[in-house]
Write a protein that binds this ligand. Structure first.
Ligand SMILES: [Zn+2]
Ligand SMILES: [Zn+2]
Ligand SMILES: [Zn+2]
Length: 400
């Protein structure tokens, strides 16, 4: 059995049982094993894809997560690139997002109203004083990373389906295959058949039968009728009469296989053969990390979640740390974070783009007094979020 691929004639007959996982316990399986051992099947053994089989093994069924690490491929080393950084700002603006008392009160009211069950009375009448603007400085580093994996994939094969076998050319390695993200910095995934890796083999699950024995009835097709316990009769007013459920047969067809004793193999979709090929899985992801300089009691991580004013941004294939930035913290952050992220994401894939930026985020510290209590709360970010963990009227049933 065979078909044409360009000028090459390819055998599509069954391979030996090398892709089968099942134990050969039944008589039929023993017969097949005997047949294979006589060498009859060997001339039909499909082409090997040496370049891939040496790394991910032969095309066989694998359980999910079996060999994730094994199938992940590291990219070739990067070409050296010259990098120059964008001109740096002369200084960091210190007055970004300064608020007056009214804006603070408005932000506070909006915040309290957004909390279920909090009462606004305190926010409306509490005494606010000592507004202090502290600018938080955020150094944000982002990497757009591509990762590639390869896996054996199989689908049901029917005569006439096109295949691209190893004989047609050498299979490109994972990083030689052209795979492009839809957009730079956009999360994306792509799967592609690797050219020249395809072969046709007997379905390992049904062993080339196209159907599998029903597990429910074990191939018996019928069960005894529940109504008449298999007798086919039931008691009537004038003595026994045929069972009304099974019409006297005493049997009911197996519900799973509808009385056929077997059903279509799902692995090969009943086609008896499988087309095996290497599939390339490529994904693109953006990874972002912040380092924050913030001097108040506001938890630092909150600053990452709000808007700040961008005072510097640079993007390139490769970046170098900002060693001359007019702010010592940024120099330190950049020297720590940028090389650490490069090392981290190079381990898994290829960094296609890097971006780092400096943001100034206003944090206004406010003193409050209400009904003999008092303390401090914060309005932070250009979007004026509020951090007020000890707000005095946090429950509508509170007596305060
Ligand atoms: Zn019956
Ligand atoms: Zn059945
Ligand atoms: Zn099958």
């Amino acid at each position: 059995m065979g078909f044409k691929f360009g000028d090459i004639e390819i055998d599509t007959d069954y391979s030996s049982s090398e892709t089968s996982l099942a134990s050969s316990s039944s008589d039929e399986e023993k017969k097949m094993a005997k047949k294979a051992s006589k060498g009859k099947d060997h001339k039909y053994r499909p082409d090997k894809v040496d370049a891939y089989e040496s790394i991910i093994g032969q095309p066989t069924y694998r359980k999910k997560g079996d060999d994730r690490k094994k199938t992940r491929f590291l990219p070739p080393p990067d070409e050296p690139t010259d990098t120059e950084y964008k001109p740096l700002p002369k200084d960091i603006p210190k007055d970004v997002g300064r608020l007056d008392g009214k804006s603070v009160r408005d932000a506070l009211l909006k915040y309290v109203q957004s909390q279920s069950c909090w009462r606004t009375g305190a926010a409306e009448s509490m005494e606010l004083s000592d507004l202090k603007l502290n600018s938080a400085i955020v150094y944000r580093c982002e990497m757009f990373v591509e990762e590639r994996k390869v896996k054996w994939k199989s689908t049901g094969y029917k005569k006439g389906d096109s295949i691209d076998p190893p004989k047609a050319g050498s299979a490109p390695m994972p990083w030689e295959l052209e795979m492009k993200p839809s957009n730079q910095w956009k999360e994306d995934k792509l799967k592609k058949e690797v050219p020249h890796t395809c072969s046709v083999r007997k379905c390992w699950y049904c062993k080339g039968k196209g159907k599998v024995r029903c597990r429910e009835c074990k191939g018996k097709e019928f069960f005894a009728c529940d109504h008449c316990s298999g007798s086919g009769e039931q008691e009537g007013p004038e003595g026994p009469q045929p069972c009304g459920i099974c019409s006297g047969s005493g049997q009911r067809a197996c519900g799973r296989c509808h009385g056929h004793g077997n059903y279509k193999c799902k692995t090969c979709d009943g086609h008896k053969k499988l087309k095996w090929y290497v599939q390339n899985h490529t994904k693109w992801e953006t990874h972002s990390e912040d380092k924050i300089h913030e001097e108040t009691a506001l938890p630092d991580h909150l600053v990452s979640e709000v808007k700040g004013q961008e005072v510097y941004c640079d993007e390139n294939a490769v970046l170098v740390p900002l060693s001359d930035f007019p702010e010592e913290h940024i120099q330190k952050f950049s020297k720590e974070l940028l090389p650490a992220m490069i090392a981290k994401y190079k381990k898994d894939g290829r960094i296609l783009a890097m971006r780092h930026k400096v943001l100034v985020t206003p944090v206004t510290e406010v003193s409050w007094k209400f009904d003999g209590h008092g303390g401090k709360f914060f309005v932070y970010g250009l979007d004026r979020k509020v951090y007020f963990p000890d707000y005095p009227q946090q429950c509508c049933c509170s007596l305060l």
